[in-house]
Design a binder for this molecule. Structure first.
Ligand code: ATP
Ligand code: MG
Length: 604
């Protein structure tokens, strides 16, 4: 990531200062001292590990805790920017923690992809407040030993028991919102019996699912999450980090608070659906602190509303379905709201950060209109993307008096235009004029409609940064389709020469000379869904896929784009913003993706 990138975004974030109740909480906490002295041993650890350590140089600690079971999407960008952004703004540190406590479906491939995308967004997990080296990259599976020890402690303290009820009985005995639960017949076993059973669970004596370890809290609690939640289950599965060491794995609701506490997180920020888990989060940490296992002050959980983007789905299950059933080509298909997909589509990290930062943080699950993202992209690229001419649906334009005007058909008339209209320092683009040019098919009509100012027989237009031409007719094939437009050059009308304005024309069109046009593939992307909230109500989201979400054309770009790098972005005059595809683009076979148009034309 470049220095400059982060400056642009920081300035944008400051200017907007959107509603963010978490800032208020953090400022209050910092004023009040965060509940006591907070020591930090330089790495995660239990109470003993932190006890003799110096005071934490980081004023706050936040974390982004993805489960490495899929690719990050635009919703995750919200959480990433929030956690890393708050740490940056308040002199803190943000941990990148892989929440890899679930052995199934977790893979190294996802770990690598997640790290790459967090870095691409411009965030670093290795910047420390005390300037020490090292990184805040952590894996929850490294805490399995502690989690196991904590479970034994809870058993010994009479706060947990092994339950051998069948899953059906367990469900039935949980009660519901109106009925309190019923105590398990195994609830009153002695700590010694529970400890023995739990060790058998660990040692592989019992079958998968035969029993679970549960917290002993209150089966009549109005909060169902407090009715003796499960802490450990038996699951014989290979884990990507710990291999076959364990056949019992902690439940997410047990593991997550412990991960936060070992890492000395101060503000554990999560999405709203975890609100009902907060009482258990607090209960568990308070018990383990009382037992001397975890250091005070303990982390606190705060919930915020998820980000939902219109015309997009962000459920991992649905995204997987789109890929696996072939509705899109891959996880990084430029129509996907995955960060890899959005990157390939051409969205800049700055535009994504500006979008999520401008939408604030609230207690409601917000729907953000997709046009907000496109607006952020245009705002980012408008001032910096080089301009170029491209012909997306080509039609040949033949200049029938070329040899008379220029002396010979072989003559090439040099033309130029600024790379950016407001940034002279970006230099000039050079190209040339010749007897045959490519123009857009839509720039010619044999019979003009009212108000049409482009090419039709008898009309004059300016070829941008070139000459004025007068249309004289067209050529057709046997089927009657137009194969070329015919025109004559109006002498002494070259852009930038004294005579250029002598002839007034209403239309200006873009073009590329056939002799030097670079053939390219254009991938014209549009929204993947036709409705703002795919799958809402009864609808099957798959039936709401936009059949026109991808159109491919073979066209041309001007010669200045002959050898651009993948991910180079341009504004193609009048067409919009494009990027050289980071996967398929080759100098000898260029591919440009349409990111978005010049203005919001969707639905109009
Ligand atoms: P899963 O259903 O697999 O748990 P998830 O979207 O919660 O999916 P995680 O990898 O657990 O995926 O998410 C990492 C973090 O990103 C979590 O803290 C989660 O709350 C946050 N997050 C996920 N989706 C959004 C969203 N749409 N808006 C804001 N934060 C989100
Ligand atoms: Mg999750």
């Amino acid at each position: 990531m470049s220095e400059q990138n982060s400056k642009v975004t920081d300035a944008a974030a400051d200017a907007l200062k959107p509603n963010n109740f978490l800032r208020t909480i953090i400022e209050r906490d910092l004023e009040q001292g965060l509940g006591g002295e907070r020591r930090w041993a330089g790495q995660p650890g239990d109470a003993a590990a932190h006890a003799a350590a110096p005071l934490d140089a980081a004023k706050i600690r936040t974390r982004f805790p993805p489960e490495p079971n899929g690719y990050l999407h635009i919703g995750h960008a919200k959480s990433i920017c929030l956690n890393f952004g708050l740490a940056r703004d308040y002199g803190g540190e943000c941990h990148l923690r892989f929440d890899d406590t679930n052995p199934e479906k977790e893979e190294q491939e996802y770990v690598d992809a997640i790290k790459e995308m967090v870095a691409w967004l411009g965030w670093r997990w290795d910047v420390k407040q005390d300037h020490s080296t090292g990184s805040n990259l952590y894996y929850a599976s490294n805490y399995f030993d502690f989690m196991y020890r904590a479970a034994e402690y809870l058993i010994e303290a009479g706060l947990a028991y092994v339950d051998e009820q069948t899953p059906e009985d367990m469900r039935a005995n949980r009660g519901d919102f109106t009925t309190p639960g019923t105590n398990s017949p195994f609830r009153d076993r002695t700590p010694a019996e529970n400890l023995a059973r739990f060790r058998e669970m660990r040692d592989g004596t019992h079958a998968d699912g035969a029993m679970v370890l549960r917290a002993k809290i209150d089966m009549a609690s109005p909060n169902i999450n407090m009715r003796d939640p499960a802490l450990y289950r038996i699951r014989r599965a290979h884990h990507h980090n710990t291999g076959d060491k364990w056949c019992i794995y902690p439940m997410y609701t047990y593991a997550h608070p412990i991960e936060d506490a070992l890492e000395r997180i101060t503000h554990s920020i999560c999405t709203l659906e975890f609100e009902d888990q907060r009482p258990f989060y607090d209960w568990l940490l308070a018990r383990l602190a009382e037992g001397g296992l975890l250091a005070q002050p303990l982390p606190h959980q705060y919930e915020f509303g998820r980000l939902n983007l219109s015309y997009v789905v962000t459920s991992k299950r649905k995204l997987r379905q789109l890929v696996e059933e072939g509705h899109v080509q891959s996880w990084d298909d430029p129509r996907m709201p995955t960060l890899v997909g959005m990157r390939r589509r051409g969205y800049t990290p700055q535009s994504i950060r500006a979008m999520v930062e401008s939408t604030g943080v609230t207690k409601q699950n917000a729907w953000i209109d997709y046009s907000v993202l496109d607006g952020c992209l245009r705002a980012d690229l408008e001032g910096q993307a080089p301009r170029a001419m491209a012909v997306i649906e080509p039609l040949k334009l033949k200049l029938t008096n070329y040899a008379e005007v220029f002396g010979s058909l072989e003559h090439r008339d040099p033309c130029s235009a600024p790379a950016h209209p407001h940034h002279a320092e970006l230099g000039q683009r050079s190209f040339s004029f010749g007897p045959e040019l490519w123009i857009e098919r839509e720039d010619f009509l044999e019979v003009p409609v009212k108000g049409y100012q482009r090419l039709f027989p008898g009309n004059k237009v300016r070829l941008k940064a070139g000459h004025v031409v007068e249309c004289t007719g067209c050529e057709k094939n046997e089927a009657g389709a137009i194969t070329a437009v015919l025109a004559t050059v109006v002498p002494d009308t070259k852009s930038g020469t004294p005579g250029a304005d002598a002839i007034k024309v209403k239309g200006v069109i873009t073009w590329v000379a056939a002799h030097e046009a670079v053939p390219v593939e254009f991938r014209l992307y549009d929204r993947l869904f036709t409705v703002p909230q795919p799958g809402a109500g009864e609808a099957d989201f798959l039936t709401e896929i936009n059949p026109q979400s991808l159109r491919i054309t073979q066209g041309f770009v001007e010669p200045s784009l002959k050898s651009v790098s993948p991910e180079a972005r341009f504004q193609f005059e009048r067409h919009g913003y494009f990027v050289a595809d980071r996967v398929d683009h080759r100098a000898e076979a260029p591919v440009f993706n349409k990111i978005t148009g010049l203005r919001d034309g969707w639905g109009k």
